[in-house]
Design a protein around this ligand. Structure first.
Ligand code: ARG
Length: 459
């Protein structure tokens, strides 16, 4: 047990207390950020004349060596240290002597950990943005190839109106595009450096906080020292954004699972993204989609854990805040794995276009268009709605679709029907006529694709 704060203690910490308190088991993943932050801090200390240039050089070299040795496996992050910050300082001091003890001048672990976590989260936001871009590119490829692939659109999971696979995927494209833009917003808002806030009330050393901030690529230093060490809003915002991403993935997965079912057969998930059953030889299960749907709950849980941890905390730092890390890391790891696998699954999935089309041809997806046809012949919409309703009952009884009825059968219910009804309610017409911005018609989708390509090229 090696503690930074042993001075005022006369007894050793109880072993159970020590273990309960320690965070090294999970904050060791902040090693890179801890060292990056410390290097910026000592560069600033030296520039402000608080430590000498030699001390700064020796600390910086020592820190670089620690990083190298941990990466190469020569140095192990041992749990005899309380946290990653203690580990770095202890090893550094062991290696370079007294200069190592000056690294922490004008700093507290409270602003140090706030910085480390921000640096880590900032990188993760960028990585998830890249993953979302990758997914958007994959979706757009499917969209471009499927502007003619007619399928039923659903409300209440009941066939509603015909649209295209491109149009359906474009809906998800827009959801993930919003996710991307949410990540950009979060990045901007969190991009301020808390270092220099000290334990809570700043420091008496003449630090140049803006210098540290700029060395670390931040837009500036945070405003208030108490808020700097106790703010976890940026993590909560990020976990909210990750939760929304998971909600989108989960909805998409639900559809893929339905489409992959024996009853629908709209898609075949590639063998490489499916799993089998130990007992039922015929099975090919959509496990990746189901796990992604399942892991959505886990990320919501992480968000709620953090929100709940924060809700009663007085200013400024409280040890409760150490609990932010496992929840945040878990959410980041989960989302990154889900995005990766989901994108791979979509890139390799096969669409059964004939089955989609024949499904759209059944289930009266052209009923609205049939009503609109009668409106065109001068029937008020509400009456047309009733007439087509009666035709649907007739078709249901006789097991046929509207376009399978002869003109005589249709005229028997309403004499406004003419030969041109068949053209008016063909699947092609139903889709092509929905030309308004955001609609499924090929022309509208081509406009969407142009704009989406430009967007993807710009991010
Ligand atoms: N491991 C701590 C955390 O993650 C570091 C800060 C410790 N500060 C303190 N005052 N004990 O929050």
């Amino acid at each position: 047990m090696a503690q930074l704060w042993g001075g005022r203690f006369t007894k050793d910490t109880d072993k159970k207390v020590y273990d309960f308190n320690a965070s090294i088991g999970f904050d060791k993943r902040l090693l890179n950020e801890d060292i990056e932050g410390s290097k910026a801090h000592v560069a600033m200390l030296s520039k402000c004349g608080i430590i000498t240039q030699d001390e700064c050089r020796s600390i910086t070299e020592g820190l670089d060596r620690i990083l190298e040795d941990v990466s190469s496996g020569k140095l192990e992050i041992s749990d005899k240290y309380e946290d990653v910050h203690s580990f770095v300082e202890a090893v550094l001091t062991e290696r370079i002597g007294d200069a190592g003890k000056k690294m922490h001048t004008g700093r507290s672990r409270n602003d140090q950990v706030a910085l480390d976590m921000r640096l880590y989260t900032r990188k993760n936001v960028l990585a998830v943005k890249d993953q979302i871009k990758e997914l958007l590119c994959t979706l757009l490829d499917v969209i471009e190839k499927n502007t003619d692939t007619v399928m039923p659109g659903f409300t209440h999971l009941q066939k509603a109106q015909p649209l295209t696979l491109a149009h359906h995927f474009a809906a998800y494209f827009d959801m993930f595009r919003r996710d991307h833009s949410r990540l950009c917003d979060i990045y901007e808002r969190m991009n301020y450096c808390p270092l220099g806030a000290g334990a809570l009330a700043g420091t008496t050393y003449p630090l140049d906080r803006e210098m540290t901030a700029s060395l670390l690529g931040f837009k500036g230093a945070t405003n208030n020292s108490m808020d700097s060490v106790s703010d976890r809003d940026y993590l909560i915002e990020y976990l909210s954004a990750l939760s929304i991403i998971m909600m989108h993935l989960s909805r998409f997965c639900e559809e893929i699972i339905i489409w992959n079912s024996n009853e629908y057969r709209f898609v075949n998930i590639d063998d490489s993204y499916s799993t089998g059953s130990s007992i039922m030889p015929q099975k090919k299960n959509p496990d990746i989609a189901e796990l992604t749907r399942g892991k959505c709950g886990r990320v919501y849980g992480d968000l709620f854990a953090l929100l709940t941890t924060m809700k009663g905390l007085p200013l400024a730092y409280n040890k409760d805040m150490q609990e932010d890390k496992e929840a945040a890391f878990d959410a980041m790891d989960t989302v990154s794995a889900c995005l990766d696998l989901f994108t791979g699954m979509i890139a390799t999935i096969e669409f059964n276009k004939d089955i989609m089309r024949s499904s759209a041809a059944m289930g009266f997806t052209n009923a609205t268009d049939a009503a609109d046809y009668l409106v065109g012949k001068g029937v008020p919409f509400r009456d047309a709605h009733g007439i087509i309703g009666r035709i649907v009952i007739y078709c249901d009884k006789n097991s046929k679709s509207i376009e399978q009825c002869s003109l005589d059968e249709l005229k028997a219910i309403c004499d406004k029907f003419d030969e041109d009804i068949y053209e008016a309610i063909s699947l092609k017409t139903c889709v092509d006529k929905r030309l308004t911005k955001g609609g499924p018609a090929k022309e509208a989708m081509e406009e969407f694709i142009r704009e989406a390509r430009t967007f993807l090229n710009g991010i």
